[in-house]
Design a binder for this molecule. Sequence first.
Ligand code: ADP
Ligand code: ASP
Ligand code: MG
Length: 417
Amino acid sequence: MPGSVPRIVMKFGGTSVGDLERIKAVAERVKKQKDAGCDVLVVVSAMAGETNKLVGYCDALSDLHDAREYDSIVATGEQVTSGLLAIALQKIGVAARSFAGWQVPIRTDSVHGKASLDTIDGERLLGCMAEGIVPVVAGFQGVGPDGRVTTLGRGGSDTSAVALAAAIRADRCDIYTDVDGIYTTDPRIVAKARKLEKITYEEMLELASVGARVLQTRSVGLAMRERVRVQVLSSFEDGPALVEGELPGSLVVDEDEIVEKKLVTGIAYSRDEAKLSVRRIPDRPGIAAAIFGPLSEANVNVDMIVQSTGADGTTNMTFTTSKSDLPRAISTLESMRHAVQYEELATDADVVKISVVGTGMRSHTGVAATMFRTLSERSINIQVISTSEIKVSVLVSAEYAELAVRALHTAYGLDDV
Ligand code: ADP
Ligand code: ASP
Ligand code: MG
């Protein structure tokens, strides 16, 4: 149980530590939180654009680069910002020291590029905090079973922060970013998006998994399992230290903490989609297994699937993958052409997936019908549909992404008026 001194994890994303001025501003914010009597642990991302640059270097040298070397390269961005922030803190009189993932240690499995957390030993960090020193931990990185550096997948600093909050039994994990909370949809594309004071873990998990990148999906699942209180808020707005009482950002909470229940809580979109259609396959039992078995062996992640059977005894199978999996999916499907005997393979990477999410869907009908009607009124053709208990997703042509999200936002009564 947390002691009487509030223990807070403060995580700062890429734009929040984007240059030295921003890093100084972050140091002032950390100092304020510490001066208010809190024990503080800080987690940082790389400076905005830095990770992309490092990934670009690896890609430019080799398409099929060694994933272990990729990790040792891309993890450096966070190492730089953790050191810089420690210096900026020391400069204003706050004792601080940086920690690389392996120094904590943050142990992961060996899946380089997208490693999963194994264990985190919080003792060293707690010892540091007990001495009055602020640990500044490099997010996104850990150490694998063989001692090599690993990274947690893009956006992984959120997961580092939540995992560290669980490891040191923090009262709250504050995720500072470039927007002031979690909105009904991406506020950068819908001006009328409304800030949510609270959202359930479950809804945030679904929204993140279908493209709302404000929190990495894994960080939300972890927060839900470990009961970590997560707040998303802006590092660009000045404010007092956040100890208790009203919090300015958005909180991710259990369902029973939500007072105002809505049918649809949020809308997300993902441009990282590609559609594949395998056409005119002689219809017989075992076709789905014959197609999706080899795809899974080739590590192709399949998302939405529809099968339509014609009167002539052939069937069409349409499904989606991420854009990066498309080349592997095509070569796998081409290599099975003989065995499966399909006539045609068509692909389209110019698509976007739009999803509406809300726990209200469990008890109320009509969410999908509203979605289909709204899109048809705008003459937007739906190519693939999939649903889960609290989500409806459609695939549409990429050119309609913004129009569709805005129209749905209005249709579900989410506009900020
Ligand atoms: P950071 O570098 O701080 O981790 P990210 O770029 O990963 O920041 O995430 C913040 C961005 O998430 C925002 O700038 C916003 O455009 C985007 N975003 C997408 N969906 C939402 C949403 N529902 N609410 C808030 N932000 C969202
Ligand atoms: N710097 C990493 C990335 O850009 C991790 C993060 O920002 O969370 O993906
Ligand atoms: Mg992020």
